[in-house]
Ligand binder design. Sequence first.
Ligand code: SF4
Ligand code: SF4
Length: 131
Amino acid sequence: MTTASSPLRSSTGSVYCNYCPGYCCYRLKGSTLLITAEDINRLARHFGISDGEVRQRYIEDRNTFKTRSDGSCPFLSNDRMTKRCSVHPARPRQCREFPYEQPCPYLLRTDLLEEIQPRIEQALIRSGRSE
Ligand code: SF4
Ligand code: SF4
């Protein structure tokens, strides 16, 4: 049984998220990160730009982030393996709440890890920090 002290209980502030390369920051087929108007405004204040500029730069289909070609969030840092969200204080609500007080599926499912881990390693190599 998963308890509040389980390492798999990766809610806000959990130790596990702090040491994870951010598997949940990649878009997988059939999944979409929902971005609300409130999330956009929080990012706008974080960057000191308008909501419209945030939409123009980072949003596609009205309510989700554009992604890089490897499916990663544009705010995911590629030069390190932990604490990779570059907008952490202003990250969207869904990022804060995932995985909704449940064990993190990315840490339990080898198929997800096998799909995402190579993308993380390739990005790290491209950034020149693989040594
Ligand atoms: S994949 Fe899971 S453990 Fe890693 S950052 Fe996302 S929620 Fe946290
Ligand atoms: S905003 Fe941060 S936590 Fe959310 S998907 Fe992007 S990099 Fe990950």
